[in-house]
Design a binder for this molecule. Sequence first.
Ligand code: CP
Length: 304
Amino acid sequence: MKSVDRDLVELSDLAPEAIRKLLHRADQMRTQQVPLWRDSVRHVGLIFAEPSTRTSLSFVAAIDRLGAYPLQLDAENSSFSKGETLLDTASTLESIGAESIVVRDGNEMSARSLAEHCDAGVINAGGGTRAHPTQGLLDALTLLDEFGDLEGKTVGIVGDVLRSRVARSDIVAFQALGARVVLVAPDYFQDKTLSEAGVELESKLDDALPHLDAIQMLRIQKERGDGDPEHNLQNYVRDYRLDERRLALARPSLVVLHPGPMNREVEITSGVADGPRSRIRQQVANGVPVRMAVVERALGQASG
Ligand code: CP
């Protein structure tokens, strides 16, 4: 039977100590002698049923750097498009030799279901609006790079919280490291059930900004529906866009994150996204060592 420690479906499946251990291993991966495997062929299957740039390419880079080989499915030009099920697709990849399967799907339970049925270590690369665990880890690593420690730090997550799998995974990762998390959103983008996770809810960005050490700006996810009719883009931009004028309300040490892809000039201006407080490029770069650590674990390797 597969060790459950090989799957990464949701960060909430992991104890805070396991999250810290993965982040420590990711940090080591930056200077790890690679490839790890020279004498054996290890395959990792990649199934992206939803679009991706950063996640899919950084998984490929991570697999390459480890010395394994990606079996990358082109969902549109594969038998997936003929109606083959996700489970049959994953089984096919396993039969070809995949010892780990990376999956992104619109159905939030797909990764969980594959983890239950596959011998391969399953990694959730984004499932519905529920979980994006490797994004949560790379965001946490970016903040650790900045602050060394998140105990006593306050992180704001701003915008379309309701439809954000990033927000849900960030909450778990940031809290595991001791941070306080504030969700800032208008009512129509807020998820009040998340207050049960011990986060604070705030509706006014200008009130929250002066108290934050870091801010994660979320994209409005138009592809997941029009949302509430109350949502008015002009009003949203007026009240929630992070621009230079609004940034003046924040501490000079505030750092700015965005998981990407960005709607430039909607939730964040180019001046902020490309400015000195932005850590957005660092987030993308940190995706590679984080995914190296997660793939290593999924392949059943002992981590150092
Ligand atoms: N942040 C993120 O998941 O980006 P992609 O959709 O480009 O992978």
